[in-house]
Design a binder for this molecule. Structure first.
Ligand code: NAD
Ligand code: LMR
Length: 333
């Protein structure tokens, strides 16, 4: 394999590697789309024992792509081994809601995954590890993992709301009849759930304020907000399974912008450890408008929040505080 001289490989651990999102994600990481065309990558794939054979098949296909940047692939069913030395960790594998499962059952089942994975990251990941949780309920799973990795700064753990952000960009562009490339500064607030609040009030829509679009309150509240917030369910209804390629794409975008920085004059959205900005409870994993300098995410400060937004942001943040209480009661954090 050809290696770019000078750069040592970045170790990327992907859990749920044999799943739908894993299959859409791994090839894009290995091709250089996530970390840049000059950064070699080592892949560590983590699966449960039943998923190992399929993950090994994907590893064979990755070999067969002859990606110049891919320096090695290993498949594991042991979290400690899989996270050892990880610089980037994509926590995709999660327990889906089964028939008759209550919300508390789901939180408990996922606690059984994200608690040991947080502990494994704490034990052996690289000092500069960056974690993105994709598996649902993503924000609270990220809270569980972060809470069980006491030696890793909380700023190293994030939950994915980039898919919601990209969905919002697409809906705004369609409404305004402009290219998606001309829409900037939409924001996702709160939870990656139906309570999330996609915010257009601060957007730049081909040079015009997003607030102009929002003047049509019927569009805003009866179309835009619910279309974005319930898009995941609409995809499940249409496809018979949840979004996969668009979720993988959003994970690539999230890590890309975290590592390489957000473009000047723009921002994105990510679930990060709340410092209490905009009145959110501290210590939940909540989505905010954010920028990255290539190292850390920072909340975009100073946005004016009107009454329409305030009510919805507060409700989604409150849902996250409730989820935190539920996992605290289960002894997971
Ligand atoms: P999938 O069921 O196709 O794949 C999940 C994989 O995870 C399976 O191969 C399973 O064996 C594996 N797995 C389960 N427990 C594991 C563990 N402890 N360690 C390692 N691997 C484990 O599901 P998918 O479609 O790839 O979706 C994965 C998750 O992403 C789901 O929770 C889904 O709800 C979520 N999701 C999140 C977003 C988002 O925007 N945040 C978007 C789409 C999907
Ligand atoms: C999505 O937003 O597409 C998914 O989180 C939906 C789901 O429930 O898996």
């Amino acid at each position: 394999t050809t290696r770019t001289p000078g750069k040592s490989p970045v170790t990327v651990t992907v859990t749920g590697a044999a799943g739908q999102i894993g299959y859409a994600l791994l090839f894009r990481i290995a091709s250089g789309q996530m970390l840049g065309a000059d950064t070699p990558v080592r892949l560590n794939l983590l699966e449960i024992p039943q998923g190992v054979a399929a993950a090994e098949g994907t590893a064979m296909e990755l070999d067969d792509c002859a990606f110049p940047l891919l320096t090695g692939i290993d498949v594991y069913d042991d979290a400690r081994a899989a996270f050892d030395g990880a610089n980037v960790a994509l926590l995709v594998g999660a327990r889906p809601r089964g028939p008759g499962m209550e919300r508390a059952d789901l939180l408990e089942a996922n606690g059984g995954i994200f608690k040991p994975q947080g502990e494994a990251i704490n034990a052996g990941a690289a000092d500069d590890v960056r974690v993105l949780v994709v598996g649902n309920p993503a924000n609270t799973n990220a809270l569980i993992a972060a809470s069980n990795a006491p030696d890793v700064p909380k700023s190293r753990f994030t939950a994915m709301t980039r898919l919601d952000h990209n969905r919002a960009l697409a809906q705004v562009a369609r409404r305004a009849g402009v290219s998606v490339a001309d829409v900037r500064r939409v924001s996702i607030w709160g939870n990656h759930s139906a309570s999330q609040y996609p915010d257009v009030f601060h957007a730049d829509v081909a040079g015009r304020p997003g607030a102009e679009l929002a003047e049509d309150r019927a569009w805003l509240l009866d179309e835009f907000v619910p279309t974005v917030a319930k898009r995941g369910a609409a995809i499940i209804d249409a496809r018979g399974s949840s979004s996969a390629a668009s979720a993988a794409n959003a994970a690539v975008d999230h890590v890309h912008d975290w590592v390489l920085g957000t473009p000047d004059g723009d921002w994105t959205s990510a679930g990060i450890w709340s410092d209490g900005s905009y009145g959110a409870p501290e210590g939940i994993m909540a989505s905010f408008p954010v920028t990255s300098d290539g190292q850390e995410w920072s909340v975009v400060q100073g946005l004016e929040i009107n009454d329409v937004s305030r009510e919805r942001i507060d409700a989604s943040m409150a849902e996250l505080a409730d989820e935190r209480e539920a996992v605290r009661a289960l002894g997971l954090i």
